[in-house]
Design a protein around this ligand. Structure first.
Ligand SMILES: [Zn+2]
Length: 264
C-alpha cells in the first residue's frame, strides 16, 4: 500500500488539496536541496513543494547526494543539479479539466533538456530513479506510451479496491498532445516500463535521447522503422561527406594511389 494518493483527481485533491480552490498553493514549503541546483543556469536556494511530500523530496535528494559521494561535480555531470520545475498551477495541456500533478506541488522535473518527452529513459541515471522510487515516487520514464523521464511525482498507480461506483472512468489519452507538456496520465493503474528491450530497443532509446539533446525532441514519435531509416541515411550521408572531403582535400590522384597501395 503506497503512502501516496492514487493518481486520480479525487484522491489527489483529498490528499494535497484541490487546485481549483488554490489549496495546494497554500501548503507549499521550502525544500533546501543538499547540493547546489540551478534553474536555467541561475542558482536556486530552495524548491517550493507540498508540505506532505517535502520530506520525501528532501530524502530523495539526500540519497542522490550520498550516491554521488557528496560531490557537486559528479551531481553536475549527472545533470541532476539542473532543476526544471516543481509547483505549477496549471492544467494538463490538451485537457480542460484535469490538473497537472505539478499543480498539487507534488511533482518535480530534473534536467529537462536531456530528458524530453518520448526519449525513453532519457539520460536519467538509474541510481537517481532508485532514490526517488525508494520514497514511493513514480517516474515518468516508466510511463506507457509517451515517456517523460525528467518527471518524478509523489502519487501511486497501485490498484486500489474501491466500490465500482467510485472507480475512475478510464482516462482518455487526453494529454497525448505533441506539445511541450511534461505530464502524462494514464487510465491504467500499474505503470509498465515502456523502454524498449534488446539491442534495437537500446539503439532506439539512444538515438532518441541523443537527438533530444540537440533539440530534436519529436523523434520519439517516429516508428522504429522511420528511426532505422533516418539513422541509416545519417550514417550514409556522413560517410559520403567524409570521403568527399578527403578527395577534395588531398586530390583524386593521391587518394587513388593510397587506395591502390592499402586496399586494392
Ligand atoms: Zn513534470
Amino acid at each position: 500500500m503506497s503512502r501516496w494518493p492514487h493518481d486520480d483527481p479525487a484522491s489527489l485533491a483529498a490528499f494535497y488539496g484541490d487546485p481549483a480552490k488554490g489549496e495546494p498553493g497554500r501548503q507549499l514549503v521550502k525544500v533546501v536541496p543538499p547540493f547546489r541546483m540551478t534553474y536555467e543556469g541561475k542558482p536556486i536556494p530552495y524548491i517550493m513543494f507540498h508540505r506532505k511530500a517535502a520530506d520525501a523530496l528532501k530524502a530523495a535528494l539526500d540519497a542522490v547526494w550520498e550516491h554521488y559521494g557528496r560531490n557537486q561535480a559528479a551531481v553536475d555531470r549527472a545533470g541532476i543539479s539542473k532543476f526544471s520545475g516543481a509547483y505549477n498551477h496549471r492544467l494538463i495541456r490538451g485537457s480542460a479539466t484535469r490538473w497537472s500533478n505539478h499543480a498539487y506541488g507534488a511533482a518535480i522535473d530534473l534536467n529537462a533538456e536531456a530528458n524530453g518527452f518520448n526519449t525513453g529513459h532519457g539520460t536519467m541515471p538509474q541510481a537517481v530513479v532508485d532514490c526517488f522510487k525508494a520514497q514511493g515516487a513514480l517516474w515518468g520514464g516508466d510511463y506507457k506510451g509517451r515517456t517523460d523521464p525528467m518527471h518524478f511525482e509523489f502519487c501511486s498507480r497501485e490498484a486500489v479496491a474501491r466500490p465500482a461506483t467510485l472507480m475512475d472512468s478510464p482516462q482518455a489519452d487526453a494529454d497525448s498532445d505533441a506539445g511541450a507538456d511534461d505530464d502524462q496520465q494514464q487510465g491504467g493503474d500499474a505503470p509498465a516500463p515502456s523502454s524498449r528491450r534488446g539491442f534495437f530497443g537500446r539503439l532506439r532509446n539512444w538515438v532518441v535521447a541523443g537527438a533530444s539533446t540537440f533539440g530534436f525532441t519529436g523523434i520519439g514519435a517516429l516508428t522504429d522503422w522511420q528511426i532505422a531509416v533516418a539513422l541509416f541515411v545519417f550514417i550514409f550521408v556522413s560517410v559520403v561527406c567524409t570521403v568527399g572531403f578527403i578527395i577534395w582535400f588531398f586530390g583524386a590522384d593521391p587518394v587513388r594511389a593510397w587506395v591502390r597501395k592499402h586496399v586494392a
